[in-house]
Structures are given as structure tokens and as C-alpha cells.
Design a protein around this ligand. Sequence first.
Ligand code: ZN
Length: 457
Amino acid sequence: VNNEIRYRHPEVECLPLERLRALQAERMRNQIRYLWERSRLYRKKFDDAGLLPGDIKTLEDFRKIPFTTKDELRQSIAEEPPYGRHCCVPREEVAWAPSTSGTSGVPLVLPRSQRDIEIWIELNARAFTTMGLRPGDILQNIMGYQWLYAGIMLHLGAQRAGAAVVNAGMGNSERQMWALEHFQPDVLLATPSYFTYLGNLVAERELTRTLRGPRIATGGGEVGCNTPAGKQAIRSRFPAVQTVSDIGGVTDIGTIIWVECPYETGGHFSEDSIYAEVLDPETFQPVAEGQPGELVMSDFVDTCTPLIRYRVKDLVTWTSAACPCGRTLGRMPEGVIGRVDDMITVRSANIYPSAIDAIVKGMPELNGEYQIVVDRPKGLDELTIRVEPADATVNPAEIIHAVQTRMRLNSATAVTVEVVAAGSLPRFVYKASRVVDKRKGQTEHMMFEKAAAQGRS
Ligand SMILES: [Zn+2]
């Protein structure tokens, strides 16, 4: 690790875990009282659940509160435009009205007060300091500046951390190339797929050796900065990169909620501001550290539309183990590994196609093609993963062992790995459909209906 470690808020970043939990509980109690007093949406949710602010004292009590879903927010905004019934501040305190389109079409409005903006500038500045940005650095920001919230907030956070920001925004690759050569940015902020695109242009024009930077490549929002294969892909295109830092967040709550330090041990979560629960998507009980579970977030800092127990539907793993950088903030060692809605249950083990995707694509012995088949031949679920070797020299037995080890399954889970001839699996031009579920019953479908019903309760 070449970057010397610096903290922006050492009093929270390195807080002993016990005191961190106490701080979270205190902030949680304050936020619940605030929501109960100010948000009509949450007042009704508490009333319906028979809860008063005084009933929630500990982080364990906190689990009594019903989840919040995106559908509820959309409905709240539709009933009372422009900010919704869940907005906690009077109209004159709203200073910014960004919106996110999401995938379901109707934009979700995310009002912000001046105080919210200030809080997130400071949290984002802390994130940039964490990844190794230092005063004097130049940062080229290739994130979107329109409608959304993230591009501008990342810009302001990087400035606060001491950088000069090139406000490139998305697109216009010719001008991006000019900026790369002219400014020689120390930090490049883009989506992982844009790193690939720009990196290919750099190689095509033989600029790889004339570029002195970037020293830090950072981005998020899609798989890439959080997997060994994705990190390697960025490093191979930008050889000066010392740190590939996965950043992530959920626009509905804030901007950089987790960030990797130069040790790249997984994103450190801003636990002092956003509370994370990692839950079994079926039982909603906390999962053990290291096990995949659904990330549920609660916001202890915002004033306009703070959300608590918000179901993001992202799957993550969590660890609170010490990091060499000295921070005690919990980490997500694999970043976001998939979506809850994609989960397959095989004999009560939860299997995530996106995790299999990452494993298969991260193994040089394989060519990246695969198929997942779920069947119930003798009344019991069985899952088969078919993969193709990269060339004739690979040993199928070694591949089978490697895939099973990487999936970290116990032997009771009926997962078979088959190595089939190269070229024998179906190819997809557009959207790949690699999961074939042959089971007659609709077990997992019913499970999701149950989960959805509980989520809205
Ligand atoms: Zn660290």
C-alpha cells in the first residue's frame, strides 16, 4: 500500500466497536423521535405497528420497526407532490430537488436541505480522503451531473477533501481523452464500464505510457471496482493505478455510503451516519458475518427525507474484523454481490446467480460461459452449474473443486459442477438468460411474495 493512511474524522472512523454501537443507538433514538414528530408517513407506520418512540431504545428494539420500501415512497410522492408525505421539513427548507429514475419509470424525488447537503459534502470528503485523495490532486469526474444527485455531491466532496475537480460529466470521449492528457488527473472517477471503454481508447492511441496517472481509480454503481477481475481489468488499462476503490451508496439515501481504503479490503461503511443490517431475505433475521444477506439501511443524519429500515434489495457480505488501515467501520468485503430478487433456494440454501457469475468470470481457466440448471428429480432440489474450459489444457477436476470452494457451500448443499465442451452452451447476444429452473413447484416465487408482504407490513 503506497498511500499513507489519513483520517478525516478519526473520532468516529477509529471508534472502538462498543462505543460505535452506543453512538448508533443514540442517533437512532433521536432520528426515530424526529420521524415520529415530523413525517406523516412514518407516524402512520409507527401507529400501525403499535410503536411509540420510547419503545425503541436499543439496536435490537430497532428491528421491531417495519421496513420501508421504494413503492411506499413513490406512493407518498404521488399523493402529495412534489416532495411526498414523508418529507420532514417545510417547503422553504428544501434547497435541492434531485430525482432518480430507477428502473420502474416514475422518477423518485429526493429533496435535500442545506443541512443535508453540508452533511453529505463532509461524508463524501471523508470517503475521498479514505481512498487516498490528497490536497493538490486533480480529479476527473465522469459521473452524471444532470437530474441526479451523485455527480454534484461527489464533485463537492472531492473539492472539500482538497482536490481540483474537472467537471467532465458523462460522454464525449474525445474531450475526456483531451482532459486525461492535459490535466494528467491523479484520480479518475467513473463507472467501471466507462473505465474499460476509456482504457481501450487510451491503448488504441498508444497513450498508455505517456499518462502519468491516474493513481486512484474509483467508481461504483455496477460490478467492476469490487471484484478481483474488475480491479485487474482497470489496472491492465491504467498501469499507474495504485488503488482501485469501490465506492457505493443508494441515491435514495445518500452518495458515498461505503468506500474502500488503499488496502482494498472491501468498502468501509459510514456506520456513524447510516446503520446497516444484513438480513436473511427469507426470515429477516441477521445473518452471520461473512454470509450473504440483504442490506437494509437506516439513515441517522438527513433532515428532509431520512429513511429507516429501507430495503435496497442488494445482497452483500459483512465483516467487522479489523482493517490494517485502523478504521473500525464495518466493511463489505465483496461489495454488492447481487440482487435479492435473483436468489435461488436449493434445499433451503440461498444461491445467488450473480455470485456464480463473478466466480466463473473471475477464473482464467474458464471462458466465462456458463449455465445454471435447477431441478427436483427425486423430490429434492439439485443445482448444476455447467461451465466451459478456456482451453484444452485445463483439468476438469481442479475446476470443479475450485468453483465449489469459491462458492463456500457446505457439503449438504446439492450443487454439481460440470465442465462441458467449449462452445456447447447457449450463447446470448443481448440479455443473457443463464438460469434454467425445471422445478414444478413455485417455491421461491411464493417465498418472494411472502417477503414482499412482510416488507410492506
Ligand atoms: Zn481499511
